[in-house]
Design a binder for this molecule. Structure first.
Ligand code: CTP
Length: 398
């Protein structure tokens, strides 16, 4: 089930740490290799010897343990596994993760890793329900951290409610689901996302209201199905998802170069709100008021249409090219014409008139236009649109 998979297991300091011993046994029984990391507080609950004996692996405890550093640096350790699991995740470790602290081995590994992270919180019910913990929980979910639990039930401290660490068998199930080979395993997908910034001078630029939320959600959903994602993103409001190759760009021209460099790909999805023009007479220096009321005149030049260019490639054209059509009127008619004009396979049309609240909002109502016609999807979260679209892409590439 988990044969050949490597799990880096970080054991935090809570009474639930004793369940992590069972977790190690069950992970090994499923075929996984477990590299254990025990925090200082964790070592108050379980002994390093029992952890490393059950894992049949060296245990890592101290950031400044020079022997470990000589064998394997902490950066390497954070990336050598397929998945990082934190069980139990304490309120303290959660706060460190949410603020990006790196003052011990566990928090440093969590900041340095480029692998998915699955956490199993465990703490007293009031600590779990505290607004600070809930804030940290929301932040970590936005950062792409995966969670299992906490469960509800009687706690070691005698109180009742949410806060119990999930049972080891449930954690193993979740790990198996996360590590399962998805339908897009071995497929490379390029996703463009966010707005572009077109400079006027070194301090000013022209931009649009795209937050990058839909493109980011899509990249995350594709990665969750096993795709290798090249995420070419303009300066977005939302952070990029974990587990994708992030290629940050500013301008449309940089986005074009980055997309070309990322080819070949099995599919390319163009969710970016690319500026149609750049300022042809952008200044190298900050433009000053001249004091006599003479206003600067900006000249515009058209940006390359990246979607059309990739759709019309003779060589290296991705098998599936998907564009978005942000429209404010005649959505279906304009989007259908746009699909023809640009030469892409699918267009995801959405109405971005201000009254819809879609641009910069959390929801989207889209119509998928393909060769076969158009399908209107109900209004749903951008995450749900992303999941559905990623599944359709997986089916099309199968
Ligand atoms: N697009 C692109 N490069 C551009 C402009 C747009 O790759 N220079 C892509 C977008 O990522 C999107 C699709 O083309 O997938 C349509 O973008 P949209 O802004 O709706 O269309 P435009 O081509 O700008 O057309 P118009 O402004 O006439 O509506």
């Amino acid at each position: 089930m988990l044969a050949g998979k490597r799990v880096l297991l970080i054991i935090g300091g809570g009474i639930a740490a004793f369940k992590s011993l069972t977790l190690i046994r069950e992970l090994r029984a499923a075929g996984a290799r477990v590299t254990p990391v025990l925090t200082g507080a964790g070592a108050q609950f379980v002994t390093p010897l029992s952890v490393s004996a059950l894992a049949a692996e060296k245990i890592y405890q101290d950031l400044f343990d020079l022997t470990d550093e000589a064998e394997m640096g902490h950066i390497e350790l954070s990336r050598a596994a397929d998945l990082v699991v934190v069980a139990p995740l304490t309120a303290d470790l959660m706060a460190k993760m949410a603020t990006g602290l790196a003052n011990d081995l566990a928090s440093t590994l969590l900041l340095a890793t480029d692998k998915p992270v699955l956490a199993a919180p465990a703490m007293n019910v009031r600590m779990w329900q505290h607004p600070a913990t809930q804030r940290n929980f929301a932040t970590l979910k936005d950062d792409g951290i995966l969670f299992v639990g906490p469960d509800e039930g009687e706690m070691a401290c005698g109180e009742f409610g949410p806060g119990r660490m999930s049972e080891p068998a449930d954690i193993v199930d979740k790990i198996t689901a996360v590590l399962a080979n998805g339908p897009l395993e071995g497929r490379h997908v390029i996703v463009t996302s966010g707005p572009t910034h077109e400079p006027i001078d070194p301090v000013r630029y022209i931009a649009n209201r795209s937050s990058g939320a839909q493109g980011t959600a899509l990249a995350r959903a594709l990665a969750a199905l096993g795709a290798e994602v090249s995420f070419v993103t303009g300066p977005a409001d939302v952070p990029p998802p974990a587990g994708v190759r992030v290629i940050p760009v500013e301008t449309a021209l940089e986005m074009q170069t980055a997309v070309q460099a990322a080819l070949p790909a099995d599919a390319a999805v163009f969710a970016a709100a690319v500026a149609d023009w750049h300022v042809a007479n952008a200044s190298d220096q900050k433009i000053k008021k001249d004091g006599r009321g003479v206003l600067p005149v900006l000249e515009f030049a058209e940006n390359p249409d990246i979607l059309a260019e990739i759709s019309h490639l003779k060589r290296n054209r991705p098998a599936l090219v998907v564009g978005f059509a942000a429209e404010t009127d005649n959505v279906l008619k304009n989007a259908t014409a746009k699909r023809q004009r640009k030469g892409c396979d699918w267009i995801v049309a959405n109405d971005v008139s201000p009254e819809t609240g879609i641009m910069g909002g959390a929801e989207n109502a889209v119509t998928l236009i393909t060769d076969a016609g158009s399908e209107s999807w109900p209004r749903m979260s951008k995450d749900a649109v992303a999941t559905r679209l990623a599944q359709r892409i997986a089916e099309a590439l199968a």
